[in-house]
Design a protein around this ligand. Structure first.
Ligand code: PGA
Length: 242
């Protein structure tokens, strides 16, 4: 992993944006894997600015999102479909047909996982953006998910639901299941950019950088991927051995 420590969240967002802008200029029809959560919002703002300035274009870009809650409608403000449109797609010129966000219909979960998985197998992602959960999850691959896992329906970890209750108001309101790219799908990307920010991620980043590779800590698999940039701010890096 190539570790890049930035002064603060804004600098980390700018650094990740530089990498993505470079790819878009080099390969205007690239396949971009996208993430939700608080972390990539700054990156998306940088990309919107660059698109406004005609520095980059999303006209021919295909996007593939990591995950989505089950049993949530796309117009629910907490859905990842809503999040992606609010924070990126509504502000850039992108063909809606090029936007891929997984969804799982009640009663058709298996089929919907297979459809998304086939799509991923037919379209290798050039660059995957990742955040990281405090428990080490990537996408919604919670601790003890097999490294061989492909797209599936996950029972969300209590820690993940506690971390996300800030968006829903109460723990009970946080969905218990989600559809997510599996670790194997994520590892198939040619290049991965994992962003982490804030002191609440410092222990997680320490374990990622200094700990061993284990399914108990899903992000640890990234250590064997040949092309990972770990972009963290000083707060997230604050527990690393000097
Ligand atoms: P966050 O979520 O960016 O809101 O911290 C990251 C994640 O759970 O992957």
């Amino acid at each position: 992993m190539n570790i890049i420590i930035c002064e603060n969240y804004q600098k980390a967002s700018q650094k990740s944006a530089v990498i993505i802008k470079k790819l878009l200029k080099l390969k205007p029809n690239c396949k971009l894997g996208l993430a939700t959560g608080s972390t990539p919002i700054g990156l998306y703002q940088e990309l919107i600015r660059a698109s406004d300035n005609n520095e980059i274009s999303f006209k021919d870009v295909q996007t593939y999102n990591l995950d989505e809650y089950c049993n949530i409608s796309i117009d629910n403000e907490q859905s990842y479909y809503y999040f992606m449109h609010k924070n990126l797609f509504h502000h850039i010129y992108i063909n809606e047909r090029n936007v891929h966000i997984p969804f799982a219909r009640a009663g058709y979960e298996k089929e919907d996982c297979m459809t998304y998985n086939n799509l991923l197998n037919q379209n290798q992602v050039d660059l995957q953006v990742l955040g990281i959960g405090t428990n080490g999850h990537i996408g919604f691959n919670e601790p003890n998910t097999s490294f061989e896992q492909e797209t599936f329906i996950v029972d969300l970890d209590l820690q993940t639901r506690l971390d996300n209750q800030r968006f829903f108001g109460s723990l009970e309101a946080v969905p218990t299941k989600a559809i997510t790219m599996g670790i194997k799908n994520i590892m198939n990307a040619k290049h991965i950019v994992l962003i982490a920010s804030g002191v609440n991620k410092a222990k997680t980043i320490k374990r990622l950088v200094e700990g061993s590779i284990s399914e108990e800590f899903p992000a640890s698999i990234l250590k064997i991927h040949p092309n990972v940039d770990l972009i963290i701010d000083a707060d997230a890096a604050s527990e690393l051995d000097k």
